[in-house]
Design a protein around this ligand. Structure first.
Ligand SMILES: CC(=O)SCCNC(=O)CCNC(=O)[C@H](O)C(C)(C)COP(=O)(O)OP(=O)(O)OC[C@H]1O[C@@H](n2cnc3c(N)ncnc32)[C@H](O)[C@@H]1OP(=O)(O)O
Ligand SMILES: CC(C)C(=O)C(=O)O
Ligand SMILES: [Mg+2]
Length: 555
């Protein structure tokens, strides 16, 4: 690959930079550009119905500033602006924003589209990078400043008119990241000088990474440098607008916030030109995951994703942060084990600080369930299998049983070479533990407790019938508890040596028809540990079934 045809971006000389020592402490002013930058990048731009649906979604999420389009560019864009105003679809506390090139006829048409609007930002731009000045505009620095200044003058003249009380202004030196810093400051200050913002009537200076061209630290340096060199800083909101050409648009935005920016433009899930804009969902939820109120509501992230898909025709990657189908899922054994333990350690409910390994946020905070946190394939381990049995079916297998059942599941996934869904895991459990009635099955057994006169201890006597390969056999046994008595009675029919080892049980359903499950392990003469399980409304019967299940499984 011929890397010599590319050149490196020079770092910004800013040895006293302060941003690396800062942390993000509050959410910025958010501005969605889904209906403009996002829309202009679609192969099929949104029609009226989809624009309206997207606008409604954005206001429901809580965006207070929304760039709704480029009204001077096309009929649909103009008509959409008119519809929002005439049908009174803009909530009182929402400001709509419109983009326009710094060109007279387009600016006039833009103001026409805004008649009757309550609050709007008119956003003008022109390209300022060395490359665009040389190749596209073929103009000197001064001529480029003239474009911006004359655009700003017209915007101010129209925007300050009496009939437009709610108009504010935004200027973008488009292709800012390819612009020399001194020139970027010069052109922005020239525009600020024309627009004369005040602390009560602020304007936005938007510094776009129109094409992301360098590492995020350089973007942060650029923003800190600009914050120091912009005039009337108390009257200017410094806004970010990163694209994602190097895949670091979100990181660049976050570092640039540390560097002093006040506002962030971007889109849902990062739709936008080429590799997209900054993904506001991720940036907001990154803040949320640090205990900061993002000021945006993603409590039903799947709904946001579905509307987004419908309106844009774009898909969302299964590994997309916070929303992808797989982002709250672990297939691998050690992750599952840690998640299982982390989830069990959560005892205080909602108020407890979230600390579950491998899950940066609680999936339920964005409307996702715990259902698919753990999914089982050949990479999975016993902890994950136990988690599924517990969360999906309410079966808390004793810890000592996890390796045995985990192995049965692993054999199945190896054989099938595919994921096992919870129902398939249940089927393996049922087949191996609950439905093992050959050779032994329980027919009818009575337990009678009595106190041994000599020792004063309570003793159990078991009498009844079991089946061996379908044939009824009398069983009779005595022991220091019902399980011990049953095991004694059973031993005469079992042709290998075994000892009862452990017993666990728990309820599995509530109410009158409550059932219990018993788990029993036995140790065979050749020192193998084998588990069995049984279910019944009576816990003693459940334990007898579990013993027979274990004995059948040894055989
Ligand atoms: C980075 C971004 O996302 S910027 C936003 C980009 N979005 C869009 O372009 C979508 C909407 N745009 C459009 O529909 C069209 O481009 C329109 C309607 C705005 C303008 O259309 P046209 O005038 O037919 O064409 P076009 O956009 O190619 O204009 C090129 C001319 O405008 C000039 N120009 C381009 N941008 C600007 C600007 N921001 N300010 C002033 N002049 C500009 C160019 O130098 C060129 O001038 P020339 O004709 O003297 O060579
Ligand atoms: C119009 C501007 C803000 C833009 O979209 C960009 O530079 O990416
Ligand atoms: Mg853009």
């Amino acid at each position: 690959m011929n890397y010599t045809k590319y050149r490196r971006y020079e770092p910004i000389p800013l040895p006293d930079r302060t941003w690396p020592d800062r942390i993000i402490e509050k959410a910025p002013i958010w501005c969605s550009v889904d209906l403009r930058d996002g829309n202009q990048a679609l192969s099929v731009p949104m029609n009226m119905e989809k624009k309206l649906m997207m606008f409604k979604l954005l206001t429901d999420i809580g965006f207070k500033e929304i760039e709704v389009g480029f009204p001077s560019s096309a009929e649909i864009e103009y008509n959409f602006m008119r519809k929002l105003i005439e049908d009174k679809l803009i909530p009182e506390d929402v400001t709509v924003q419109v983009l326009v090139q710094a060109r007279e006829h387009l600016i006039r048409r833009t103001f026409d589209s805004l008649k009757g609007v309550k609050n709007a930002v008119v956003h003008i731009y022109n390209s300022t990078s060395t490359s665009q000045r040389r190749l596209v505009f073929k103009k000197s620095r001064k001529e480029i400043i003239d474009i911006a200044v004359s655009g700003a003058r017209l915007v101010k003249e129209l925007g300050d008119a009496e009939e437009n009380p709610g108009i504010r202004y935004e200027y973008s030196p488009e292709s800012f990241t390819g612009t020399e810093m001194d020139f970027a400051a010069e052109i922005c200050n020239a525009v600020i000088d024309v627009l004369q913002p005040t602390p009560d009537h602020q304007m936005v200076i938007n510094l776009p990474a129109t094409v992301e061209a360098h590492t995020p630290n350089i973007h942060a340096d650029q923003i800190e440098w600009m914050c120091r060199h912009l005039d009337k800083r108390d009257s200017v909101q410094v806004s970010l607008h990163t694209h994602n050409d190097r895949g670091t648009g979100i990181a660049a935005t976050e570092l640039a916030l540390l560097a002093g920016a006040d506002r962030v433009e971007g889109t849902l899930f990062g739709n936008g030109e080429r590799t997209g804009n900054a993904d506001l969902v991720t940036i907001a939820l990154n803040m949320f995951s640090q205990g900061i109120d993002p000021g945006l509501d993603f409590t039903d992230i799947n709904y946001v994703r579905d509307v987004y898909r419908y309106c844009t025709g774009m898909d969302v990657h299964p590994r997309h942060p916070y929303v992808g189908e797989l982002v709250y899922t672990a297939f691998s054994g050690s992750h599952q084990d840690a998640i299982n333990k982390g989830m069990h350690a959560r005892t205080d409910g909602e108020s407890q600080i979230w600390d579950v390994p491998y899950l940066p946020i609680d999936p339920r905070d964005v409307g996702r369930s715990y259902k698919s946190i753990v999914r089982i394939n050949s990479q999975s381990g016993k902890g994950g299998v136990a988690y599924i049995m517990d969360t999906e079916f309410g079966f808390s297998l004793p810890k000592a049983m996890h390796p045995e059942f985990g192995l049965l599941i692993q054999k199945e996934t190896d054989k099938r070479e595919e994921e096992l869904v919870p129902e398939e895991i249940w089927a393996v459990f049922e087949e191996n533990y609950l439905n093992t009635t050959v050779p032994f099955a329980l027919e009818d057994v009575n337990v009678r407790m009595e106190t041994d006169k000599a020792s004063g201890k309570h003793m159990a006597n078991v009498t009844g019938k079991i089946l061996k390969n379908g044939k009824a056999l009398d069983i009779e046994g005595r022991g220091n508890g019902p399980i011990d008595a049953f095991v004694h009675g059973l031993k005469q029919y079992v042709d290998f040596d075994f000892q009862f080892e452990s017993f666990d049980e728990h309820a599995i359903k509530e109410g009158a028809d409550a059932q219990a499950v018993a788990y029993i392990s036995v140790i065979t003469g050749d020192n193998r540990r084998v588990f069995g399980a049984g279910i019944d409304t009576d816990i003693t019967f459940a334990s007898y079934k579990a013993i027979l299940s274990a004995i059948n499984r040894v055989g």
